[in-house]
Design a protein around this ligand. Structure first.
Ligand SMILES: C[S@@+](CC[C@H](N)C(=O)[O-])C[C@H]1O[C@@H](n2cnc3c(N)ncnc32)[C@H](O)[C@@H]1O
Length: 413
């Protein structure tokens, strides 16, 4: 590949330029109503300088790239998938001259994209501060940003839940790490008329929500399904994922004790049919969201499928490569899991002594979701309220530590 000096004086190669242009074409297709500014940012910022261990081809694929792992080999830092980054930058709507705070510096790539957006038109007031809890990640991100031509981005080591009051107020605050609750510090550090975008956990379903202030409440203006690693530190949520054996994992979005699920699954199941037809996409943003927000007993099972062993999930409703998954309901005496549509609509298997009752409840959720016009994340409206605020009788309310979230769905268009 031939080297040349690009418009900003950076050395570039024709290979990188072409790959970056191809990624931008892909984002134009995959991001509905992608704006010219956000696409220009992806066109300008060289992602490969932020992921030096990846090949240039990997750097410009529309994939997340894990950059750090803990002692158990679980990812602790990554460069997120460009499509979700672009969707979130559209939600954030950075204006020239904006002061922006990012929680989760990671590689520094998103901070560079935001510095481009805040500084466009030569806006001198535009500035970006990015925080990460891990000192080595901070040092690496700062190095990448200098190398890529963004030395003005401030990279700070700290717990993002506290924000960064030293440079407040901010016009935009974005988290690129999953949060269980919107920290109060962010609300305090946001300028009037500002916007927060964060991957928020709603009982096991994660949505990137854009929130704006309305009096002493926060209201969502958009929500996009996503899947980020979780915030670490004291503000982490109660959710946990437990390995039941070498191939089966149980996700408990509200934490709590783990009953003997393997024994439940070993018994003869009851099967119910919902009569509601659909596929995996209806589960993610639709049925899954309803169960996650409206059920204290919500759980999910994830199984690594192998030809060598009889699967636990007989008719899995979700398949990704060799992973099978299903949302469900769990109590101390049994579990019910959603299964795929076999012609009689989504089904449910109930296991254990309470399996039949849990299966009936799960079927009811599927049918109620269908009767309500199959609402999904596009119709979701969240209101973040003080803990002592009144909420309508019968409303779906998710209690958090310092706030509660009222969950509503706008009527079908
Ligand atoms: C998905 S990565 C962020 C990707 C990044 N925006 C980029 O463009 O490369 C999530 C990051 O959040 C960081 N993180 C986790 N808990 C945190 C916390 N409490 N405060 C600040 N950062 C945190 C992790 O160390 C990790 O680097």
């Amino acid at each position: 590949v031939t080297c040349f000096t690009g418009k900003n004086g950076r050395m570039a190669t024709l290979g990188e330029e072409t790959l970056r242009a191809t990624l931008v074409d892909l984002l134009r297709d995959r991001v509905p109503h992608a704006s010219a500014e956000v696409l220009a940012a992806f066109r300008f910022v060289p992602r490969h300088l932020f992921v030096p261990a990846a090949t240039v081809a990997e750097a410009y694929a529309d994939e997340a790239i894990v950059t750090r792992r803990d002692a158990d080999d679980l990812p602790t830092s990554s460069s997120s998938q460009p499509t979700i980054m672009a969707l979130m930058l559209e939600q954030l709507g950075i204006q020239p001259g904006d002061r922006v705070l990012e929680i989760g510096a990671g590689t520094g790539y998103n901070a560079a994209l935001m510095a481009y957006l805040a500084g466009r038109g030569g806006s001198p007031a535009g500035r970006v501060v990015t925080l990460d809890i891990d000192p080595e990640t901070v040092a690496a991100a700062a190095g990448h940003l200098v190398k890529a031509g963004f030395p003005e981005v401030e990279v700070v080591c700290g717990d993002g839940a506290d924000g960064h009051p030293e440079a407040a107020p901010y016009d935009r605050i974005i988290a690129t790490v999953g949060v269980w609750e919107i920290p109060q510090a962010w609300a305090r550090q946001l300028a009037p008329g500002g916007r927060i975008v964060a991957p928020l956990d709603l009982g096991g379903v994660q949505l990137s929500v854009a929130l704006e202030r309305q009096g002493d409440t926060w209201r969502s203006v958009s929500a996009v399904p996503c899947g980020f690693m979780r915030l670490r530190g004291p503000a982490a949520g109660p959710e946990r994922t437990v390995s039941l054996d070498s191939r089966l994992k149980l996700a408990l979005p509200r934490g709590g004790s783990v009953p003997d699920v393997l024994t439940f699954l070993g018994g003869e199941p009851v099967r119910r049919a919902s009569g509601v037809s659909g596929g995996p996409l209806d589960v993610f943003g639709g049925i899954g969201l309803r169960i996650a927000t409206g059920e204290a007993r919500a759980c999910a099972l994830w199984e690594k499928v192998s030809d060598a062993e009889e699967p636990y999930l007989a008719e899995p409703v979700i398949r990704f490569g060799d992973m099978a998954g299903a949302p469900g309901l769990l109590d101390d005496d049994g579990i019910a899991v959603l299964t795929g549509d076999d012609g009689d609509g989504f089904g449910v298997f109930g296991h254990g002594s309470s399996g039949g009752r849990l299966a009936d409840d799960l079927v009811r959720h599927v049918q109620t979701w269908d009767a309500a016009g199959r609402p999904d994340a596009d119709r979701l409206v969240l209101t973040v309220l003080p803990l002592d605020a009144e909420t309508p009788t019968g409303a779906t309310v998710m209690p958090k530590r310092h706030t509660k979230i009222l969950v509503e769905f706008a009527p079908a268009p």
